[in-house]
Design a binder for this molecule. Structure first.
Ligand code: NAD
Length: 467
């Protein structure tokens, strides 16, 4: 009787082949990197219909704009920017050296690290796999991807797309569940790029630490939206509603809860209802409204709402209930004033449910945010500069928007990442290139017969620097 080789052998074999291939060309040329990125771009365009259909199956229903914009157009933009800019980013960077080391010169040389492991989540199953791959290829690395088991059809199509496009030593896809992912994160990668929950991120970081593998952790958390004392409620409600109902709230940077002045609670709740109605006049069965990925998550969301209601919060469904189901969908729901220690205020929501919490003074609200783990994003709605600065300077978050939600993610001129429990490291555009390159400092000494070089005893050096 023969038994299948353990998964770890299969993963190790792919890893070793990628590492060996990397060592044959440890500093791929700009032309080769651009060509690899071009192949990725062409593949994404070619497989777009299959990927969109797979996401529609995996989510029970995925709106065309959620799939088309977030999972295809945005990563295409990332790939294209990387392709246009990689030659410039790769150039050695001139840096000054202290006077006592002159005439030596300083250079920073961005160098490929080797083999990068990418572990991706289910909520934007293509974007959050392809964008790290595009950054890793721009930086000259080989890549192994482990996509989510919760979007199996999409993972299958991505595996086919990558196998059709790349030699397995350039990019490969490893399909499997949590057990395989654990073995994947035990590989001695040259960098491990993880996107997912804070709980799993912690486990991945511990596995990587055993190999001293550097990690980027793109995690989640509870991102607050704060309504300033003089903000326009209609405008704020529309922007917050957008951030909360796109992809049915299954977005790492979705506003998780709203903090607002006590006397504006009712007006804001009404403005939210108006905004959501105008987005989905047909109700939750609208083809523009995405489903919840599976029944476990749907039940988890319903439990969060039920728990808050039992604890005394008022619950308002924002679209008429009789138009729901549409299997697998959840009506956008407001939860007014849940207790601050209830489950819904402790756990990341990751769905179309929005708690509203009132404050009596901005200081009280700021202290509330600061008493919790640093969020991935923070959204301030205000027309006053002083009020904005109060929030932006008085809190720590991975990123922030003023009078907007979520769109900072799309500006690939800015690093995107978390802080504290919402993650470490960042990517997008040049930040991604730098994150997945080794920035090697090189001091170049002109020979000049050694006239300026320091020799023992070291006392000469001390005198020179004035000690
Ligand atoms: P998850 O942490 O459950 O899973 C993410 C990936 O990790 C999956 O591929 C999974 O197979 C793998 N995995 C699960 N257990 C593992 C283990 N013990 N060891 C190694 N790998 C393991 O996250 P999810 O449910 O897929 O995604 C939702 C979470 O991701 C939310 O918290 C959300 O905020 C976060 N997220 C963050 C970003 C960001 O850019 N910061 C983007 C999207 C999602």
């Amino acid at each position: 009787m023969t038994s299948n080789p353990p998964q770890s052998d299969y993963l190790s074999a792919i890893f070793s082949a990628a590492r060996a291939a990397h060592l044959t060309d440890p500093m791929p040329s700009a032309e080769l990197r651009r060509e690899r990125l071009f192949r990725l771009e062409t593949a994404l365009l070619k497989f777009e219909p299959e990927l969109v259909a797979a996401m529609n199956t995996d989510f029970r229903h995925r709106s065309e704009s959620d799939s088309g914009i977030f999972d295809i157009t945005i990563p295409l933009g990332d790939i294209r920017r990387n392709r246009r800019s990689v030659k410039r980013w790769m150039k050695p960077r001139k840096v000054g050296v202290p006077l006592h080391l002159k005439p030596a010169r300083g250079r920073i040389i961005p160098q490929a690290k080797g083999v990068v492991g990418v572990i991706s989540p289910w909520n934007f199953p293509v974007y959050l796999a392809v964008a790290p791959i595009a950054a890793a290829l721009a930086a000259g690395n080989r890549v192994m991807l482990k996509p989510s088991e919760l979007t199996p059809k999409t993972s299958e199509v991505m595996a086919k797309m990558i196998a059709n496009t790349f030699d397995p030593t350039e990019v490969s896809v490893c399909i499997g569940g949590v057990e395989l992912s654990q073995e994947f994160s035990n590989l001695p990668f040259d960098h491990l790029f993880f996107t997912g929950s804070t709980r799993v991120g912690r486990e991945v970081a511990m596995a990587a630490a055993r190999n001293l593998t550097p990690v980027t952790l793109e995690l989640g958390g509870k991102s607050p939206a704060i309504i300033g004392e003089h903000a326009s409620l209609d405008y704020s409600a529309r922007r917050i509603a957008f951030g909360k109902v796109a992809n049915a709230g299954q977005i790492c940077v979705a506003p998780d809860y709203v903090l607002l002045p006590r006397n504006q609670l009712e007006a804001f709740a009404t403005a939210m209802e108006t905004a959501v109605h105008s987005f989905f006049p047909e109700g939750p069965q609208s083809p523009d409204y995405t489903g919840i990925v599976n029944d476990n998550h749907l039940n988890r969301l319903r439990d969060l709402v039920a728990d808050a209601k039992a604890a005394g919060a008022e619950v308002r469904e924002l679209l008429p209930k009789n138009t729901e189901h549409a299997k697998g969908k959840m009506t956008p729901t407001l939860v007014l004033n849940p207790p601050k220690d209830s489950r819904i205020m402790r756990e990341e929501i990751f769905g179309p449910v929005l708690p509203l919490i009132t404050y009596d003074s901005p200081e009280e609200a700021r202290d509330f945010v600061n008493s919790r783990p640093s969020p991935l994003a923070l959204y301030v709605f205000s027309d006053g500069r002083q009020e904005r600065d109060f929030w932006l300077n008085g809190t720590l978050s991975g990123g922030a928007c003023v009078n907007e939600t979520a769109f900072h993610v799309v500006a690939d001129t800015m690093p995107f990442g978390g802080v504290g429990e919402s993650g470490m490291g960042s990517y997008h555009g040049k930040a991604g290139f730098d994150q997945l390159s080794h920035l090697k400092s090189v001091l170049i000494q002109p020979k000049l017969n050694g006239a300026f070089a320091f020799n023992p005893p070291a006392g000469g050096f001390n005198k020179f620097v004035g000690k």
